[in-house]
Design a protein around this ligand. Structure first.
Ligand code: 16Z
Length: 482
């Protein structure tokens, strides 16, 4: 009690915060239900492939398939949904969609050019759609005729991309949709006995295709599953559990997110005990967490579209189109909250990456050339968030960065460190010669001055050097005990 008495209300709040809101998906909700098919582990993976994943920072997503041919239009009409979903629209007959593959002939496709552009963007990994919900396979699968082999193009697109990205040193992840509108056995729910028999065929087909992909492309670092929300799939805990194991045995270190397995009760992402199933949280799609509490100490990725209406190519972008500075802010925010940011590209039916995407890739890439030190190998720094932007810290060197998005009119940048940590030196990442002035106030607060005549038009990075002060040099004059 005596100790409590001496703490201020704010300090008490901090004590409760630390005790009550620990990491891990809602600890307070954690239960101990016996599960046969629950989380495979509690806490983060620490092996090298997962550390590499954690340190990527920036990735590229590619949505490509026959939906790129109509590009969000049919019969002169505009489809307002995401372009890769056009088959589900009453404005386009299924029959027309299901014959598009006969015209798929992307003459301009150049895997090396895409990979080179991704490299210049600064992407460390790529996620490629091997098969979207329509069921069309970009590799020549043995298990269906609905593949690239039966288009006029004929050649294996996944093979070409894996090789090209691998050559650029960009790690390859394969997107795979469980939903398959082309397979007779695919069902969203199992109602009749026939549904159940057919679905068994579909499950075996799915397994065969996945084994086929990992056999053909052993360079694969991980799988990004989609379309796993159907009741039919959610009832397959045991099957998917075994399949997950089988796939992981094929490629040691294989990375699979939380969007694959259901638990015994059909829970997704987090099992009945609140533990994450899979290696990272795969639920941040076109949205992002705002605080570190929201990520519960998990690894996570955020997949993001540039416009509102496309993953796959839409010739008519509508709604808000993000600018490079917005995308850079999302990237930095993701890294600052211990996640990866994955930017989506939707090449057109000829295999061209549209000029808007090319321009953004260039702009983000140019920013990365100067500032990626604050991105790669970086993550969350547990100092109080400030209004000027985001802190990141290098997990290996412990070097600390301030990435500035909102320049204070006053030119004063506040930094609050942890007790005993003092800011010793601050300089601009792209101009290390320019040392900024630092004033210390009370409470481990440091005020950094930077007020250039020409304000930068892009986010910029300051590097902070600290000294862990063993003597706890908190100045008694500056920190009155009240
Ligand atoms: C109906 O809401 C959906 C369903 C599926 C919205 C998006 C999606 C698919 C998109 O086509 C894209 O592949 C995205 C990653 N995925 C969740």
């Amino acid at each position: 009690m005596k100790i409590l008495y001496h703490l201020t209300q704010i300090q008490l709040l901090i004590v409760f915060f630390v005790l009550g809101v620990g990491y891990g998906q809602s600890d307070e909700k954690r239960t101990n239900i016996t599960l046969k098919y629950g989380a495979e582990r509690i806490g983060k993976r620490t092996d090298q492939p997962m550390q590499d994943w954690r340190n990527y920072g920036l990735g590229q997503f590619i949505h490509w398939g026959v939906y790129a041919i109509p590009g969000g239009h049919w019969d002169g009409k505009y489809y307002a949904g995401a372009a890769e979903w056009i088959r589900s629209w009453k404005g386009m007959p299924n029959e027309a969609y299901d014959n598009l593959y006969k015209e798929f002939n992307p003459k301009k496709f150049n895997a090396n050019a895409w990979a080179k552009q991704a490299k210049e963007l600064g992407a460390k990994y790529v996620i490629i759609t091997t098969k979207h919900h329509d069921g069309f396979c970009l590799w020549p699968s043995e298990y269906t005729d609905y593949t690239i082999a039966n288009t006029p193009y004929k050649k294996d697109i996944i093979g070409a991309l894996v090789e090209a990205y691998d050559k650029q040193g960009i790690d390859v992840y394969l997107y795979f949709s469980i939903i398959d509108w082309n397979h007779f056995g695919y069902k969203s729910k199992l109602v009749t006995d026939k549904d159940r028999t057919d679905y068994e065929v579909f499950k075996e087909f799915t397994r065969n295709q996945l084994i086929e992909l990992l056999t053909r492309y052993p360079e694969t670092k991980g799988l990004w599953f989609d379309g796993t929300w159907d009741a039919a799939w959610k009832a397959q805990a045991s099957y998917v559990y075994d399949l997950d194991k089988e796939l992981r045995e094929m490629i040691p270190g294989l990375i699979i997110g939380s969007r694959f397995r259901p638990d015994d009760y059909g829970n997704r992402h987090f099992d009945a005990n609140g533990n994450m199933m899979g290696d990272y949280e795969q639920g941040w799609e076109r949205k992002m967490p705002n605080t570190i509490e929201e990520v519960h100490g998990n690894d996570w990725d955020c997949v993001m579209t540039i416009p509102e209406n496309q993953w796959g190519y839409h010739s008519d972008w509508r709604g808000h189109v993000k600018t490079s500075n917005e995308l850079i802010e999302m990237l930095v925010k993701a890294v600052a909250l211990d996640g990866n940011f994955v930017l989506n590209f939707g090449p057109d039916g000829l295999g061209t990456i549209r000029k808007e995407e090319t321009k953004l890739a260039k702009q983000v890439g140019e920013w990365m050339k100067v500032n990626s030190t604050a991105i790669y190998n970086c993550g969350y720094l547990d100092w109080e968030k400030q209004d000027w932007g985001y802190f990141t810290t290098n997990r290996i060197t412990q070097e600390k960065y301030m990435v500035v998005f909102n320049q204070p009119i006053s030119g004063v940048y506040t930094v609050k460190t942890k007790k005993g940590v003092s800011v010793e030196k601050v300089y601009l990442l792209d101009n290390p010669g320019l040392e900024l002035s630092i004033e210390k106030t009370y409470n481990n607060e440091f005020l950094i001055q930077y007020n250039p005549e020409n304000h930068p038009e892009e986010p910029f990075v300051m590097v902070i050097e600290t000294n862990k002060d063993q003597n706890n040099s908190d100045n008694q004059y500056l920190q009155p005990k009240i």
